[in-house]
Design a protein around this ligand. Structure first.
Ligand SMILES: C[S@@+](CC[C@H](N)C(=O)[O-])C[C@H]1O[C@@H](n2cnc3c(N)ncnc32)[C@H](O)[C@@H]1O
Length: 179
């Protein structure tokens, strides 16, 4: 049950339910950080670029069954887009520590018909990354803290990457890196 106003948006191949940002305005502008679950429409281009970069990586490495972990998922928009738009993706792990975010990610995964592809967790990102590392890692680790520094998650993010994998940091403090 939704206890806050929500709207549907379309991004790439995904249809996503997000908080209605018109209700969370500071000055003249919507403030994503004030919404119950973080969604920043201005990062759509960033999400599209990340999708293009991962598809470039998939084509370069020539591997089928790519696995992707997004430990800071918010609404799940990025994870859902990866599940729908990355060529040959076999599994996406979406996670958020916030209960409202976790519930919204599950809803968005379900309404996009991705229950078999996207696994959704509610955990601290570092716990999740360590678990992923213990279970063999993922090909792509995407850390998207936006306005917060990524440092707390970098070390375990690197532990959770498979050999020849890609670590991406998406946010307003730097672009992305490949390792
Ligand atoms: C910038 S938002 C994610 C945006 C999302 N990746 C997107 O593309 O729309 C960061 C998210 O990280 C979550 N978060 C913050 N600290 C966390 C932690 N220690 N573990 C897991 N999630 C965390 C917040 O609840 C928030 O939803």
């Amino acid at each position: 049950m939704s206890e806050y106003p929500r709207v549907e948006v379309r991004e790439g191949l995904a249809s996503i339910i997000v908080p209605d940002l018109s209700k969370y305005v500071v000055g003249n502008r919507p403030e994503p950080a004030h919404a119950p679950v973080f969604y920043n429409p201005r990062m759509e281009v960033n999400r599209s670029l990340s999708t293009a970069i991962i598809n470039g990586y998939v084509s370069y490495i020539g591997k089928a069954g790519i696995t992707i972990c997004e430990p800071l998922s918010g609404t799940g928009v990025r994870a859902v887009r990866y599940a729908r738009e990355i060529n040959g993706v076999s599994r996406v792990i979406a996670n958020d520590i916030s209960e409202k975010a976790y519930e919204l990610i599950k809803l968005n995964v379900d309404r996009n018909g991705l229950n078999d592809v996207v696994s959704v967790y509610r955990d601290d990102a570092n716990n999740l990354l360590l678990r992923v590392a213990r279970e063999g890692g993922c090909d792509v680790i995407d850390i998207d803290p936006f306005g917060s520094p990524p440092q707390p998650f970098i070390e375990n993010g690197l532990r959770a990457i498979k050999d020849e994998g890609v670590a991406m940091h998406n946010g307003d403090r730097c672009g992305c890196f490949i390792g």
